[in-house]
Structures are given as C-alpha cells and as structure tokens.
Design a protein around this ligand. Structure first.
Ligand code: ZN
Length: 139
C-alpha cells in the first residue's frame, strides 16, 4: 500500500456538511460526485496529499443509510492507495482478510474520483472498513 488516499465520513446532509468542513479545513470541496450503483453522493476535500470524502445516502438501501442507522454520523472508512489492486487483493486474501467485492467473483467496482475500488470487511480489520483504491489511467 502506498499511503492513506482519503478518509470517508458518513453524513446525513451533504450540503450542510460541505459548509461545516469548509469552515473546518478553510477551503471548499473540489468536487461532488454521485455513485448511483452504491447509492451515495460524495464530496471531496483536498488536505495536503490526502483527501476527505463525505458520503451521503441517496436511497434507503444504500450502505451509507444502513451505516447511519446503526452508528450515526462519523468515520466510515479509511482508503489506501495501491498501484496494483488485483495483486494487493490477492495478497490480502492470502493473509486472511475478507474482501467484500472480490474481483475474481464480481469484478472490480468503479468508485468515486476515477478509482477502481475494493473493500475489506471490518470484521477482519478490527472494526474498520478499509477501501483499496487504484487510480484509473486515463490517457
Ligand atoms: Zn472512499
């Protein structure tokens, strides 16, 4: 793994949280993106070489809606940048981590911010949802 790419925070109201985080960080979000397949609307803030991703549910079946219901607002996941996501998943599976969207079964997911993403189940990572993300090369 290369570095922490971003930290994902589940929020009830993206618009209000965008204002709150702009006050906190002293700068505005640089993009808003909806990932319809995941039922989320996201916004991104740059902070140094890392990012903060705010996530709002767009429907009641969204994983974010379920998270908010269970735990309320707060840190939802930590995302690590990787250069070769398939290789990394293979390595992590061998180490006993549970991959949520196993690319060998369902194919890799396209996440927000032009990334291929995969998640590790929190029950295999001390309760923290881990996202792996690899930049999609656009030529
Ligand atoms: Zn994320």
């Amino acid at each position: 793994m290369q570095k922490i790419e971003h930290i994902g925070i589940a929020v009830k109201n993206l618009e209000e949280s965008n204002i709150l985080f702009a006050k906190l960080l002293g700068k505005k979000h640089y993009k808003i993106e909806e990932v319809a397949s995941e039922g989320v609307k996201t916004s991104f803030f740059k902070i140094g070489s890392n990012k903060i991703e705010l996530l709002e549910a767009t429907n009641p079946n969204s994983p974010i809606a379920k998270f908010l219901e269970k735990k309320g607002e707060g840190v939802h996941h930590i995302a690590f940048a990787v250069t070769d996501i398939k290789k990394e998943i293979k390595r992590l599976k061998k180490e006993g981590f549970i991959v949520l969207n196993d690319p060998e079964i369902s194919g890799l997911k396209k996440g927000a911010d032009n990334k291929l993403v995969a998640f590790l189940h929190p029950k295999s990572t001390n309760g923290v949802l881990i996202e792996l993300c690899q930049e999609i090369n656009t030529k």
